[in-house]
Write a protein that binds this ligand. Structure first.
Ligand code: 5AD
Ligand code: SF4
Length: 478
């Protein structure tokens, strides 16, 4: 039976949570004979926005397209298929995507055979899909986060009959284990450990766009890590919106710590994980980080605000004090650990006094890095209906004050590394200069350094010779 080519997102359905356990399937993804050769001699362009989960989805999309015979191109005008893998966390990111797609109108008019696709979190939003359908006739295919595996089918269909296709499922499906992957790096690999989020922080669209929490089975995750290690990867980054909840849906009490230990025991050189939630942090995880030297001493722990009242309205489930306690415990137990965080300013109703509490928390935690944002209302989330009378200029000013403070601590923290030798995983040439390498130290510091040829993908000792707020300079010591 032919599938309906117009399935639109439904946010009411997307927020439902059922108790059914996630089911892992190993044969759901298939590629027809016809799809296999369809991209031969053709090019694709992929643009990914947003978080690492999206980057990992982008690697799956590349994997599928390359199985179909397409080759990657960095130039949209050269590509036959253009894919925009989008982020919905803030309106500014959405506007950037819409602007970019808007600018493709001329290209599409000249070359109507080019196929323009939108996927990722924006595709899961009712209002956005409506906006695209009405105002962006150049878009040929829209598919969501739950049916990435249908993309080859949607694309071959579009190529054969020229009809527009919209297929967005609002309910998460099974955990699909046999999707192809074309990894973007050769030394560090993203490994999904779970999908979705059940936290429903009141500002956040993710629980609606990514569905309920579904954990992958531990043995599948470990097999992926082993495979990466066998291919000489030095680092794995375990991914989930809220990794500390890993395994809860499988009925495991302390699933994340168990997984972390099993990952460490594979012997891979480096393990990191994103993103943690302060509320679910288990003390056993801290012990594991202390016990295994290949679990890196750096943690991204989003705090969002330093005001208890704002945290309550965000439904974060912790207080500034409990966050600080967790922070102190980690600092004292794990030598040299560095901290990064996410902070939102201008949440609806945030007063000057409440903002000052965020500054106080920044003074206390002296973060190495913070991703800071002005609150952006997301349609369908509870916070979008909360009264918000703070003028935009005041919010912008708060962001500047906060960024300035964060930058000062970042710089001060980095002074301790001057003259020291750090272990850096060399990712290749730095963005700015081809004769300078770049990579991350165990502490997750970005290091630009000089050294002899042939260091790419190796962990090397680098003596630090220069300090900036968000990077270090150095030279290899052999
Ligand atoms: N507005 C601003 N920032 C947001 N984030 C999530 N939702 C919003 C929003 N509506 C931020 C949070 C989160 C990070 C990924 O993005 O800080 O941790
Ligand atoms: Fe969004 Fe909160 Fe889930 Fe993070 S934990 S994805 S901020 S709802």
């Amino acid at each position: 039976m032919e599938r309906n080519t117009f399935i639109l997102p439904d946010q009411d359905q997307a927020k439902r949570r059922t108790r059914t356990r996630p089911e892992s399937v190993y044969d759901l993804f298939t590629l027809t004979e016809n799809a296999r050769g369809i991209g031969s001699g053709k090019y694709y362009y992929l643009r990914t926005y947003g978080c690492q989960a999206n980057v990992r989805d982008g690697e799956t999309i590349s994997g599928m397209l390359e199985m179909m015979g397409f080759q990657k191109s960095e130039k949209p005008e050269e590509a036959d298929v253009l894919v925009f893998n989008t982020c919905a966390v803030r309106r500014a990111a959405e506007e950037r995507v819409l602007g970019e797609i808007g600018s493709l109108k001329g290209l599409k008019r000249k070359h109507p055979e080019k196929v323009i696709c939108i996927c990722g979190c924006m595709a899961q939003e009712e209002a956005v899909v409506d906006e695209i359908l009405k105002g962006y006739p150049q878009v040929d295919i829209i598919f969501g986060t739950h049916n990435i595996y249908h993309f080859p089918e949607l694309l071959t269909g579009r190529l054969s009959d020229g009809e527009r296709r919209v297929e967005v499922f609002s309910e998460e499906g099974k955990v699909i284990e046999n999707l192809p992957v074309q990894r973007s790096q050769t030394c560090k690999g993203f490994v999904n450990i779970m999908y979705g989020c059940n936290k429903f922080c009141t500002y956040c669209i993710v629980p609606y766009t990514r569905g309920k929490e579904r954990s992958r089975r531990k043995e599948d995750i470990i097999a992926e890590i082993r495979e990466l290690k066998a291919k000489n990867f030095k680092e794995v980054i375990l991914l989930g919106q809220n990794v500390n909840a890993y395994g809860k849906d499988l009925g495991e009490e302390d699933g994340f710590t168990e997984l972390l230990k099993a990952s460490a025991e594979t012997g891979i050189d480096r393990i990191r994980f994103y993103t943690s939630h302060p509320r679910d942090y288990s003390p056993t995880t801290i012990d594991a980080m202390k016990e295994y030297p290949n679990i890196m001493p750096s943690l991204h722990l989003p705090v969002q605000s330093g005001s208890d009242e704002v945290l309550r309205r965000m439904a974060r489930g912790y207080t500034a004090d409990s966050y600080k306690k967790l922070y102190d415990e980690m600092k004292s137990k794990i030598p040299g650990i560095t901290f990064s965080t996410d902070i939102i300013v201008g949440f609806p109703g945030e007063t000057d006094e409440q903002f000052r509490k965020t500054l106080d928390l920044a003074d206390y935690c002296k973060f190495d890095l913070a991703y800071t944002f002005v609150y952006s209302p997301r349609s369908g989330t509870p916070a979008a209906k909360m009264p918000d009378d703070t003028p935009a200029e005041v919010k912008k000013e708060r962001l500047q004050i906060l960024n300035e403070k964060i930058g000062r601590y970042a710089n001060a923290n980095n002074q301790q590394y001057m003259g020291k030798v750090l272990q850096v995983l060399c990712e290749g040439s730095s963005k700015k200069k081809a004769d300078v390498y770049s990579g991350y130290s165990a502490e997750n510091k970005l290091v630009n350094f000089t050294g002899p040829a042939g260091l790419k993908d190796q962990i090397v000792n680098v003596e630090i010779t220069g300090i900036h707020s968000y990077s270090l300079d150095g030279k290899v010591v052999l």
